[in-house]
Structures are given as C-alpha cells and as structure tokens.
Write a protein that binds this ligand. Structure first.
Ligand code: B1M
Length: 214
C-alpha cells in the first residue's frame, strides 16, 4: 500500500472530461495508494458528476458531454466494485431494482445495486424506463422481498407513487418492502406515497435493504 495525498481532483476531472480508460487507471492508483473506496466514490466520482450537473444546468455543457461523463462513471464504478463490496458474503435473498417509467438515469441505480449485492442480496435489475406492469410481473415471478425504485427527475418521481398504487390494486403491496431514492426524492415524499423506506445514498440504501432480511 502506497501513499495517497487525498487529492481526488484528478479523478473528478477525468470524469468530467469523460476519460473512461484513464479514470480506471486513476481509480486503481488511488486504491493501491490506500485511499478509502468510499472517498474515491464520494469525493472523486460523485463530486465530479455534480460539477458536470451544474455546468449542464447553466448551459455550459450539453447532453453529449454528460453522456461521456456517465460512461466514464460506469467504468470507474466497475473498477471500484470489488473494493466497495464485501466478497464472499452468504446469499440472503432477492431484491428488484429499476429506474421508473420515463426516466433514463441509471448511474445512481447501478451504484445502489452494486452496494446491495455487496450485502449478499441477489439483485434483479429491470433497467431504466420501467413500467408498473413490468415491475408487477417481476414481483409476481420472483421471491424478491424488497423493491427498489430510483427516480432522478421531478416529473418521474411521481411514477414511484404510480408503482405503489398499481401494486395495491393488484393485491401485491404486502409482498415487498418498497424503497425509494434519487436526487429529487425526500423522506416526506416517501411517506406521502406510502413507501417503506427512503435513503439518500447507495451505502445507506444497502444497509436498510439488508435490514429487511433479518
Ligand atoms: Co439528466 N438531469 N437529464 N442526464 N442528469 C439531471 C437529473 C438534472 C438535475 C440536471 C440539471 O438540470 N442540473 C436534471 C433534472 C431536473 C429536475 O427534474 N429537477 C436533468 C435533466 C433535465 C435531464 C433531461 C430532461 C435533459 C434533456 O434531455 N433536456 C434528460 C432526461 C432523460 C430522461 O431520463 N428521460 C436527461 C438526460 C441525461 C443523460 C442521459 C445525458 C445522463 C444520464 C446518463 C445515465 O444515467 N446513464 C444525465 C445525467 C448524467 C445527469 C446528471 C448530470 C447526473 C446524474 C447522476 O448520475 N448523478 C444530473 C445532475 C445532477 O445530479 N447533479 C442530471 C450521480 C449519481 C451517483 O447520483 O443518480 O442522484 P444519483 O444517485 C445517488 C442518490 O440519488 C442515491 O444514491 C446515489 C449515490 O449514492 N439514489 C438512491 C439513487 N437512486 C436511489 C434509489 C434508492 C436509494 C438511493 O433506493 C431505491
């Protein structure tokens, strides 16, 4: 283990410039130097994505730049995965995860999935833009005890309510604990729509998800 100066700027900048290959090297370098994986994630990757988000909002960068940053994020997350998740954890059960209807953002969902898998839970990933019917089918045909819904847009967070209402109508609401999250989602909103849990980040989502299997 070497020395890491704690400078996560290089990782943040490589992410913002969408340098998928270079960022994997930088992440590995930071890990080898003893940087905590959670710091690499928060102070390097998520911080860089936040800067891109701000620039996007101000019209300083556009969708193509955000897409290459997203691609770099996915490569870097994959490189971090072994360090972030505990190896050899006994399997405890299944969970379902997706991004809701109308929403294509999957970076947060993928991080939540990765952390939950690290707790020994098998995750059925339904992908993005996922309709209530597809979710209902998965609840019916699996043994999942937890359903995780991610939404990144103020418009699509309402689809989380739609999923819960559809499950109620189908008589399936009590089959699963429902967890909601994503940047615009709050504890108040989760309470309003009748979700079982809200968590602000991937690490706490994994903790809470695991607690439903004890
Ligand atoms: Co989008 N986008 N985007 N975008 N995009 C946002 C969300 C936005 C805030 C940017 C901005 O204006 N500042 C804004 C939303 C505004 C709003 O609704 N309030 C926005 C917009 C407007 C749009 C479009 C409409 C733009 C357009 O086309 N005009 C469009 C919509 C497409 C659609 O979904 N239908 C769009 C498109 C895109 C891209 C495709 C280019 C790309 C997504 C690529 C991809 O995901 N594969 C993209 C990106 C990358 C962003 C930003 C820059 C980054 C999102 C991200 O990945 N963050 C984002 C700005 C920002 O967030 N600052 C933005 C990093 C990620 C780790 O964080 O996903 O929040 P996050 O996940 C966190 C927590 O929220 C939590 O854990 C994670 C970390 O620990 N979490 C959960 C997430 N899900 C959870 C579930 C849980 C628990 C916790 O339990 C189940």
């Amino acid at each position: 283990m070497g020395d890491f100066s704690g400078n996560f700027n290089e990782i943040s900048e490589l992410l913002q410039r969408g340098k998928a290959k270079d960022i994997v090297v930088a992440v590995q370098k930071a890990l080898d130097a003893g940087a905590p994986p959670s710091d690499i994630l928060e102070k390097g990757l998520i911080s860089g994505m936040g800067i891109i988000g701000g620039k996007f909002k101000r019209g300083e960068v556009f969708v193509p730049e955000v897409l290459v940053a997203a691609r770099a994020m996915n490569h870097a997350s994959a490189a971090l995965k072994p360090a972030l998740t505990q190896a050899g954890v006994e399997p405890v059960g299944q969970a379902i995860i997706c991004t809701v209807k109308g929403d294509l953002h999957d970076i947060g969902k993928n991080l939540v999935k990765m952390m939950i898998e690290g707790k020994g839970i098998e995750v059925i990933d339904l992908g993005v833009d996922c309709s209530s019917n597809k979710i209902i089918d998965a609840v019916q045909s699996s043994n999942a005890r937890v359903l995780c819904l991610s939404a990144l847009l103020t418009t699509t967070m309402l689809a989380q309510k739609e999923v819960i209402d559809t499950l109620k109508t189908a008589g399936l609401r009590d089959r699963v604990k429902i967890m909601v999250g994503g940047a615009p989602v709050t504890q108040n909103f989760a309470d309003e729509i009748g979700a079982d849990a809200y968590t602000p980040d991937a690490a706490s989502a994994a903790e809470v998800c695991r607690s439903f299997y004890s």
